[in-house]
Design a protein around this ligand. Structure first.
Ligand code: F6P
Length: 554
């Protein structure tokens, strides 16, 4: 049965209207004054759990803001929505499926029913299958066509079959087991294939064709290219099974490609691509860090699941982050959200959260097909600090729009070099501090006068030096990156995204918008290669096709 809750028009709710009035009252709210007036603001607006510490005190939020946002969550029935997700109700109504990525991290002995069937034995069986593969590769028992052990694993996949595994395997590099290097091949761009294959030897390389649908153009093209390269390097069709395995819910297509039944790791339609790193899609993670670390990752995510499910909303990290996001997006016209990890190992988190958030909540209609009445998911962008400080932070500080930022930073570095980590941490803090404090006209003028400038120069330069400040941010601190804490961190954002979708009444688990481009791509391709004579639907596209054809003829 499809998810039955009738989406509410959230804008018509009394609490929404109260929030609108409250927004007017907050027009002149000053974070500086709020801290000055309340020495306990940091303690009051921060919390810890699941190995993470969240400081949300640098927000345009008073006690009343939080009270009203919590009331909104209750008024929309968030508690029931959370229960419905964990219970496997078909929240992905347009595809008639539940969204049960949380089942992938549940402990042995739990039961999760989908259409009356307990899926947990399947989950456990795949974990066992992964354990066997990882053991054989790590112990040098899985050998290539020249009987040499596998040294390199290439994950061929895109979107959710790439971004989550890449984030985690690279973030947990300090936990990597010796012997296997992981690589990623995602784009259909031949240059990516060329650069990667140049570094590898076919006889010691294992390809994981990672595609839930086994129908994704980029992945299939790259898999074919990899097969051609393997054969050209001396591999044979008969030994292909030693070098190609698959993760897919489309077993037939994987077999048709030439992958042996026993080398196909199943996926289920109740796990969405961008929520799938916890499944066999996480094989490159497990191959890099080993199964016990992979299980730690699952345990961390599970601890966040339990926190999300049971903590009161006021102390619930995903709920707090989600409501603050709604506060800025729907009431302060913020259109984007910056994700700023201050850690080299977390450098890919922005890309993963981009897909997670934008593919989930980039929607304009509610579950029942009616148009949403306010804005939904923001643009997610950002990147690793301090690099961003010397690139785009200027816009965060002095641009015309309000851009809330999440800073993510560990306390302990894996690789201390002199006092670098102290400086990295200090920069993270000073950025959120600068966003909040800003610099007033008086401060700017006083600073320039102190440098001995003429009054004319002071007046000329002061406007450029003024920084509005009062710009919001959250800071998430991890004691140190570990599989468990990373699992909790990624699950935190999954639940944040879900909470927002539940409040807006949209489906976070489908992605119909990406289909049109794929469909049109076939027509464009046929016209480019000349197998289709009719003109493209529009002059611009046809003109660009002609340009390509002209260049390739010459
Ligand atoms: O095109 C979008 C998408 O469908 C994502 O949702 C998904 O993560 C990605 O493509 C890859 O899909 P698959 O794992 O089926 O190849």
């Amino acid at each position: 049965m499809a998810y039955h809750r009738q989406p509410l028009d959230v804008l018509a709710l009394p609490t929404w209207q109260a929030l609108q009035q409250h927004r007017q009252a907050m027009q002149h709210f000053s974070m500086r004054d709020a801290f000055a007036g309340n020495p306990k603001r940091f303690e009051q607006f921060s919390l810890s759990g699941c190995g993470l510490f969240l400081d949300y005190s640098k927000n345009l939020a008073s006690d009343e803001t939080i009270t009203l946002l919590m009331a909104l969550a209750r008024e929309v029935g968030l508690e029931q929505s959370i229960r419905a997700m964990f219970d496997g109700e078909k929240l992905n109504a347009s595809e008639g499926r539940p969204a049960l990525h949380t089942a992938l991290r549940r402990p042995l002995g739990d039961k999760v029913l989908v259409d009356g069937v307990d899926v947990m034995p399947h989950v456990q069986r795949v974990l066992q299958q992964m354990t066997e593969l990882v053991g054989r590769i790590h112990n040098g028992l899985w050998r290539g066509f020249t009987e040499k052990p596998i040294t390199d694993v290439v994950n061929i996949g895109i979107g959710g079959s790439f971004l989550g595994p890449q984030l985690v395997s690279e973030a947990l590099l300090p936990f990597a087991q010796r012997g296997v290097r992981c690589h990623y091949l995602a784009n259909i761009d031949g240059s990516e294939f060329h650069e990667l294959s140049a570094k590898l030897q076919a006889e010691t390389t294992l390809f994981i064709v990672s595609s839930k649908s086994f129908g994704t153009l980029e992945t299939l093209k790259n898999a074919q290219a990899a097969r051609g390269w393997y054969l050209a390097q001396g591999g044979s069709e008969a030994e292909l099974y030693r070098h190609f395995i698959a993760v897919s819910s489309n077993r037939e297509a994987a077999v048709a490609f030439g992958i042996r039944e026993e080398n196909i790791f199943p996926m289920w339609d109740w796990v969405g691509g961008r929520y799938s790193l916890w499944s066999a899609i996480g094989l490159p993670i497990a191959l890099s860090i080993g199964m016990s670390n992979f299980k730690e990752l699952l345990a961390g995510a599970y601890s966040m699941d339990m926190h999300f499910k049971t903590a009161p909303f006021e102390q619930n990290m995903p709920v707090l982050l989600a409501l603050l996001g709604i506060w800025y997006g729907n009431f302060w016209d913020a259109q984007s959200q910056a994700i700023l990890p201050y850690d080299h190992y977390l450098r890919n988190i922005t890309k993963h959260l981009q897909q997670l958030d934008m593919e989930s909540n980039g929607k304009s209609v509610r579950q029942d097909g009616s148009p949403v009445s306010g804005s939904t998911g923001p643009v997610i962008w950002g990147g690793v600090g301090c690099n961003g400080q010397h690139a785009y932070h200027q816009l965060l500080h002095q641009g015309t729009g309000l851009i809330p930022a999440d800073f993510i930073v560990p306390v302990v570095s894996f690789n201390p070099v002199a006092d670098h980590h102290q400086w990295l941490y200090a920069n993270c803090l000073s950025q959120s501090q600068a966003l909040m404090l800003g610099k007033s006209r008086e401060e700017a003028e006083a600073e320039l006068r102190a440098k001995g400038m003429s009054e004319d120069d002071v007046q000329r330069l002061a406007p450029h030096k003024v920084i509005p400040g009062n710009r919001p941010s959250n800071t998430l601190v991890l004691e140190r990156i570990s599989p468990r804490r990373l699992g909790a961190l990624v699950a935190l954002y999954e639940h944040k995204v879900f909470t927002q979708s539940a409040i807006w009444g949209i489906n976070a688990f489908d992605q119909w918008g990406v289909e049109l481009g794929k469909e049109l791509g076939k027509g464009v391709y046929s016209r480019m290669v000349g197998s289709e004579q009719s003109s493209a639907e529009d002059g611009s596209t046809q003109g660009l096709i002609n340009y390509f054809r002209g260049r390739h003829r010459g």
